[in-house]
Design a protein around this ligand. Structure first.
Ligand code: PLP
Length: 383
């Protein structure tokens, strides 16, 4: 199997600043909520939540991180050569769309895979049977998330079969909580109870080398009894709570700041339309600045006429429709605005009018989706 490095387009003028120290501090802060021996799994799926998968791995590879969790084998292979001391967990269950080469790579390179059926166990066993390699697998227990977990009886059966398979070994048992970010944690506790029942019924805790894990960011922060042997943190590592918290028990610092320069400044007289659809009509003689970012870069069209940006500490409104790759801001109240000056599009401050919380609120989504939408061609500049 051959892996091609594609020639990627990078737009140097679209600058996603990635602050290493904030990322490392967030990891340290999250770890401070856990027992010292609890492993830390850094979730880096979705291009590290938009922060750049290679950049993020390069920052974290020397940190006190035990695992990287990715969505697919493709991401796993992409980061394989970057890391030495950490393991990789592929969250998507291994399945029969994998080529024999891919299964072999997983086993050979010690990638941790999720196994979710007897058929898939047979599939990988057949591929590995002639080799000396042993594939490490994790079994996902359905406790109420309702996605790809296995019902406890089937999971027990699967684990028994794994134990009889020479080329497969049980490396982890886990579950995923669907409401840990909510105020009311009663359902999360119910899920944990089901998970604990499974662990007890199958004497999982007494097994050596089986990592038990359940906590995402919200559970890591709010539910210590969900930590088990390892926590899996995504959003909090990047500096945001799953949803804004009023009295957070730790300080998180957003890791990304997205900026782009003003490329043109012009004056528009009062009473004139701005951008597609004439959705904005100037109420006064207006100085507008054009910046070269739009919905093609990950800045939502639904921010049209609603979002704010920052020039220095001055807050300016987005006016008119956000276009595919440009948009307009009203800089009438920033008389010293000039071509080349940087505009903050997504701020690295939870409370900022252009932080991910504020933008998520405008878009009717969760803060995850704001940095994640920042496209791969946006330049990641690591500080
Ligand atoms: C994405 C994901 C996480 C991380 O969730 P956050 O809320 O971002 O911390 C943890 N576990 C699994 C299985 C996931 O898919």
């Amino acid at each position: 199997m051959r892996f091609y490095r594609s020639q990627r387009l990078i737009r140097q003028d679209l600058q996603a600043h990635i602050y290493s120290q904030s990322l490392l501090d967030n990891v340290r802060n999250l770890k401070s909520l856990c027992n010292p021996e609890t492993k830390f799994c850094a979730v880096i799926k979705a291009n590290a939540y938009g922060h750049g998968i290679s950049e993020t791995v390069n920052i974290l590879k020397k940190a006190d991180v035990d695992f990287f969790a990715v969505a697919s084998i493709y991401e796993a292979i992409h980061i394989l050569d970057l890391i030495k001391k950490q393991s990789i967990l592929i969250l998507e269950p291994i399945n029969s769309t994998y080529s024999p080469d891919q299964v072999m790579i997983c086993a050979k390179k010690g990638l941790h895979c999720v196994l979710s059926s007897l058929e898939d166990l047979n599939f990988i066993s057949k591929i590995l049977v002639t080799s000396k390699h042993v594939l490490k697998v994790h079994v996902n227990i359905e406790s109420g998330m309702g996605r790809n977990g296995l019902d406890p009886e089937i999971a027990s059966e699967l684990i028994a079969k794994i134990d009889q398979s020479p080329n497969v070994t049980l490396a982890g048992v886990y579950t995923h909580l669907s409401t840990a970010d909510e105020e009311d944690l009663s359902y999360a506790y119910e899920q944990l109870e089901k998970f604990n029942d499974f662990l007890k019924d199958n004497t999982i805790a007494s097994r050596e080398n089986v990592i038990i894990h359940a906590a995402n960011s919200a559970a890591t922060i709010k539910i210590p009894q969900s930590h088990f042997d390892m926590v899996r943190c995504g959003i909090a590592m990047y500096g945001y709570y799953s949803r804004p918290m009023s009295n957070p028990p730790l300080d998180l610092q957003p890791v990304m700041k997205l900026q782009t320069p003003i490329v043109k400044i012009k004056k528009i007289a009062a009473g004139l339309p701005v951008s597609y659809g004439r959705s904005f009509i100037t109420e006064r003689d207006t100085t507008v600045a054009i910046i070269p970012i739009g919905y093609a870069d990950g800045y939502w069209r639904s921010f049209s006429n609603r979002a704010k940006m920052k020039i220095g500490e001055k807050v300016v409104p987005v006016i008119g429709r956000v276009c595919m790759d440009q948009l307009l801001i009203d800089v009438t109240d920033v008389p010293d605005a000039s071509v080349g000056q940087m505009v903050t599009v997504i701020d690295n401050d939870q409370k900022s009018p252009c932080g991910a919380y504020a933008l998520a609120e405008l878009a009717g989504t969760i803060c995850y989706e704001i940095p994640i939408c920042v496209q791969a061609h946006v330049n990641r500049i690591v500080h």
